[in-house]
Structures are given as C-alpha cells and as structure tokens.
Ligand binder design. Sequence first.
Ligand code: ZN
Length: 331
Amino acid sequence: MENAASGLFAGIDFGGTKVAAVIADAHGNIVAEGVIPTLAEEGPAQAAERTCRLLDDLCLQHSCEILAIGIGLPGLVDRDAGAIVFLPNLPPQWSGFHIAEAFASHSHRPVSLLNDARMAALGEYTFGNAGGSQDMLFVTVGTGIGGGLVLDGHLRLGAFGAAGEVGHHTILPDGAPCSCGSRGCLETLVSGPALAAAGRDLMRAGRAPRLSELVAGDPAKVTATRMAAAARNGDQAVADAIRVAAEYLGVGIANAVSITAVRTVVIGGGLSVLGDLLLEPVRRVVKERVRMFPSEVVQISCSTLLEKSGALGGVALAVEEYKRAASNTSA
Ligand SMILES: [Zn+2]
C-alpha cells in the first residue's frame, strides 16, 4: 500500500442542504474542495452518486488520486455496517442506506463513517485549535448544538457513537420542549435560531436601533454576525441577549468539563462568529463553576477551521482507517 504520509484523502461532510468535500494530505493541507446541494428528497443513492462524481471531477482537475474516504452524516450511523441508522433532519428513505458500500463500489477505496459533530471534533483535534492537548471537548453551536469528546488522545464514541452530545443535557428541568424529545436541553437555550429570534423580538420592541439599521428594518436579515455588530456599536439589549445565551453555553460547558476533566474546549459552528462576545462569558462561567479541579488549566477558544472542521475531520478519519488497513495488511 502507498505510504499515508505522501498520499491524499477525501473528507465528505453531508448536511441537510449541502455536501462539502475536501481532498487533503495527511497534515490537513487542502488541495481541492467542492460543494454540491444534498437534494435530500432525491434519496441517498442519488446523493452518493453525485458526491462520487464531484470527487472524480476534483481528482481530474487536480491530477490526483485519493487513498481513502471519511464521511460524516448528521445523525446516527452504524460504523461497522457502513450504514445510516437515522438522520433526524433528512427524509426517512435515508435510514438503513449502506452509504459506505455505495462510495466503495464507485471509488474502490476504504470508506469509513462517523456522526458529523464527532467528525468535526476529530478534525479540530487533528488539524485545528487543540494545541497538542490529550483531551478536548468540541462544541459546535449553529442551528443546534453538537459535540465530540477526545480523552487520553482518542476520540471517544461510546454506545451508538453518541458520546459528546453536549447539546442535549438538561439545563432547565421544566424548560421548553427540545427537538430530541426531552425538554430544557442546552440546545433549547442557545442556538443560532434562538439568538436570532431574541434579536428580532428586541427589534420589534424598539430596543435594538443599531440592529434595525444594519438589517434595514428587515427582521429576516437578523443573523448572529449582525447582532454582534449591533452589540459592538452600542445596542445594549442585544449585547445582553448574547451574554445570556453565552452564559447558558458556559453552564453547559462547565458541566461537561466537570464530568470529563478536559483541559481544552473548542467552540465551532455558526455562533463562533461572536468571538469574544461568546468566549468571555463562557470562560467566566466555567471559572466560576468548575471546582473539582483547577479550572485555570482549561483553555477555551473558537475553532480555527470554521466550516471546514467537518470535512477535514473526514480526512483525519480516512487517514486513520487507511493506516489501520495498512498495518493489518503488513501484519
Ligand atoms: Zn434535547
């Protein structure tokens, strides 16, 4: 087998609306990348076929070949069977589809699967902002909250590959119903849509004049980025809304840190654009609430890979699987 150090690998991040693919070396240097729409209603076989064609095109354009493929999916996967179990935000026809086989029969390369948030954690740990730490909690805050956990130098998956679901532990026992079926989960209190809704409410109440200017009075244009700009330009109520959300996130992260004793926390996803407006309250709350070990050793930062953490995690996954297959072959 070809040496992994000199080869190229593909990472594919399946989302509800788009599929992002990168081709990179074992150090995470990207040589090619592309995005196509998921067109989820057409079904998984179609989406897999179009993604394989995208990889073929990228390889052709860049005169390269790949050694292995890592795929992330937004839900539960059976890694051993190479199959999708359940994707909450995609049509039911995706469940049970043997997606690894679909890719392998087209590309004749080893294919491995992971939940998308766990894959992004692996990407962040391998190529991003973990700073050589042996333990890391990755929290991605966007439409919802996902996460992944590295302990003792390894991504930990637990039963059903579900370890690290930091968005779905209870913060408020009698809180709002959550998409997972429980109530009062961290995700019900902190997310891109929840923050934007708070921004729109403040605008309608006349308490966010800067935000109103930034979106030209159109509530549909309220985003986390624009709320951050409004907060920095003097909208105190918007700044308070961001701080409250960030404090809840801090409570969730403090709980996770106390349970897992990670020293590195990396925050990714759409809300990481808030930067210090998010980080400062999170750091303060973690310092206040993590008491069972010295909280000053906990480093909390935002992702440096941003939206590429998932696809680059796929590359890290492909490298791992390729090395494992190579060592089995030589053994
Ligand atoms: Zn939940």
